[in-house]
Design a binder for this molecule. Structure first.
Ligand SMILES: NC(=O)C1=CN([C@@H]2O[C@H](COP(=O)(O)OP(=O)(O)OC[C@H]3O[C@@H](n4cnc5c(N)ncnc54)[C@H](OP(=O)(O)O)[C@@H]3O)[C@@H](O)[C@H]2O)C=CC1
Ligand SMILES: CC(=O)N[C@@H](CCC(=O)OP(=O)(O)O)C(=O)O
Length: 345
């Protein structure tokens, strides 16, 4: 199958290329770059010299329709909503790494993304690509809204207890941390070395665009409206997300009972790994891989369950999950092209 990537010189794109390079069923024929068309990809990323010799092109839907079957969008917010409809109308499948098609409520989209949402007809076609949870609907989809990085780590951590009605719906607290690559490759003062080095900061408290996304996913899993308290932080590391969640258990449970529940919930899902009692996952343990690792602690004193969930933001939080979704859409083994081991140390 031939595929294209749009947003060619960003971090999501280069990470897609790393995995597609070893994918047995796919040929990357086209890389679209609005800033570097006409340039060879390896001129921008010399670590791929002699490996990815593709000359980047400008966006042209007619040309794409001749060349490819599926397109990955690794563009900033409010870009793919203009281009995806043109490709879908030509029968090309699309997987969007941005947030343009994730939310169902147009008012929330306008509030958090600052612009009008994509046309309703395309929003209705989009399937939210949380691979482990929406596997069945991903199979028949033409348009995947790939989840955000924080929502992936967070919802995979919370859904087993919410879907099994084991925790109170109120007071769900999510304390999350990300590495700097979560902000993409463009320069910004926030991620400048001297602002980040030896520093640790909270940001976008109360107005992060992942709040409505996480609430939408959790409300579906719990079958009632869920509200969360979500505080993101940025830490001076390149990759990784750790989401630490605090919820009130409805009834007393031991940590081991909950571990058994999570193991059972994810037993058919190779990319979710549950730690044993007393062991908690670290971001380095999933670095460069598509794993989401989860650790649990049921605090018998307070009745709270603490859930620690880690992913690599660029892999399970973006490009890896996008490839997992492509595999599911095409009926291929879910892990195809994604079996590289995590990099350690
Ligand atoms: N980084 C992460 O951890 C995650 C990112 N995402 C989402 O994935 C998407 C890509 O992220 P990421 O790769 O990190 O971001 P980057 O900023 O690194 O890359 C985005 C790329 O999109 C292209 N681009 C920029 N502006 C425009 C424009 N106006 N029109 C068309 N193309 C444009 C540029 O490439 P070129 O000039 O070559 O076209 C740019 O390099 C974003 O929506 C992001 O929110 C989702 C989950 C995690
Ligand atoms: C460090 C940093 O800035 N991280 C980004 C990650 C969000 C992201 O990439 O999300 P979407 O896929 O939803 O656009 C942020 O918090 O906005």
């Amino acid at each position: 199958m031939n595929v294209a990537i749009i947003g060619g010189t960003g971090y999501g794109a280069v990470e897609l290329i790393r995995f597609l390079y070893n994918h047995p069923n796919v040929t990357l024929t086209t890389i679209i770059s609005h800033s570097n068309s006409g340039t060879s990809f390896s001129e921008v990323y010399p670590h791929l010299s002699d490996l990815v010799n593709v000359e980047m092109e400008s966006f042209d839907e007619d040309q794409l329709a001749k060349e490819v079957d599926l397109v990955f969008f690794a563009t900033p917010s409010n870009v793919s909503k203009h281009q995806i409809p043109k490709l879908i109308d030509k029968g090309i499948k699309c997987i969007d790494l941005s947030g343009d098609f994730r939310l169902e409520d147009h008012e929330l989209y306008e509030q958090y993304y600052g612009e009008e949402m994509a046309e309703a007809k395309y929003i209705d076609q989009a399937v939210y690509g949380l691979s482990e949870i929406n596997n069945e609907s991903i199979k028949g989809a033409s348009l995947i809204a790939n989840p955000g990085c924080y929502p992936t780590a967070t919802t995979l951590g919370l859904i087993p207890v919410l879907a099994n009605d084991m925790v109170e719906r109120k007071n769900i607290i999510i304390d999350a941390k990300t590495g700097v690559s979560g902000a993409g490759r463009s320069l910004s003062l926030n991620t400048h070395f001297s602002e980040m080095n030896e520093n640790f900061k909270a940001y976008k408290i109360g107005n992060h665009k992942h709040i409505p996304e996480i609430e939408q996913v959790l409300s579906k899993a719990a079958e009632e409206e869920i509200q969360i308290t979500f505080t993101p932080h940025i830490v001076p590391m390149t990759r990784g997300i750790m989401s630490t969640m605090y919820v009130d258990l409805k009834e007393k449970q031991s940590t081991n009972q909950l571990i058994a529940l999570y193991e059972d919930f994810y037993k058919y899902h190779p990319f979710v790994r549950i730690r044993k009692e007393g062991v908690f996952p670290q971001t380095k343990e999933v670095y460069g891989s598509n794993y989401c690792d989860i650790g649990l602690y049921a605090d018998q004193r307070t009745g709270k369950l603490i859930i620690v969930s880690v992913i690599d933001n660029l892999v399970k939080g973006a490009s890896g999950q996008a490839i997992q979704n492509m595999n599911i859409m095409n009926g291929w083994e879910e892990t195809t092209g994604l079996t590289q081991l995590p990099i350690y140390p």
